[in-house]
Ligand binder design. Structure first.
Ligand SMILES: *[C@@H]1O[C@H](CO)[C@@H](O)[C@H](O)[C@H]1NC(C)=O
Ligand SMILES: *[C@@H]1O[C@H](CO)[C@@H](O)[C@H](O)[C@H]1NC(C)=O
Length: 143
């Protein structure tokens, strides 16, 4: 009896996590860009706090007003490392050079843009090991 109850709980938990995953993926990882126009907010990799799935592409746009500064702070970061981050990666822009690509498990420094907008793309390879948690970051817009 107890086991049955426990099993049910686990089943419900898994269901909720799946729904959360499905929602997150629909929002940002299903070929659509998830637009953020709030002054501040939080962005998670898909499935957070579980490891991210293999074979996803996710996009987010943080849209502020002209001349606003947008600061992105990383609170947690774990993206499977590869040479030049050609495997799994998080890409942030715009930057003064072509691109700012990050991977690995070192917390990246804050990313600051004074162009009033920031875009982020996350990619995991189809053959990614599925052993990395991904990232949690926050953003804030200021004059
Ligand atoms: C993700 O994007 C890459 C190209 O950047 C593409 O080859 C791959 O099929 C995409 N994966 C999904 C699941 O859309
Ligand atoms: C994963 O696939 C890519 C090609 O899509 C390949 O370059 C890479 O070496 C593969 N990685 C592993 C760990 O097999």
């Amino acid at each position: 009896m107890m086991l049955k109850v426990g099993g049910m709980k686990l089943f419900l938990m898994k269901g909720l996590l799946f729904l959360r995953w499905a929602w997150l993926c629909l929002a940002a990882c299903g070929g659509k860009v998830e637009l953020h126009t709030e002054r501040r907010g939080v962005i998670y990799s898909p499935s957070w706090p579980l490891n991210y799935p293999a074979g996803v592409n996710c996009s987010w746009n943080i849209q502020g007003n002209r001349g606003e500064v947008i600061t992105i702070s990383f609170h947690s970061f774990d993206v499977e490392e590869s040479g030049g981050c050609r495997g799994d990666w998080l890409l942030l822009g715009p930057t003064w050079k072509d691109e700012y690509r990050v991977c690995g498990s070192t917390l990246p420094p804050p990313f600051i843009s004074s162009r009033g907008a920031v875009w982020l793309h996350f990619h995991s390879q189809a053959n990614s090991s599925g052993q990395a948690q991904g990232f949690r970051l926050s953003y804030i817009r200021s004059e």
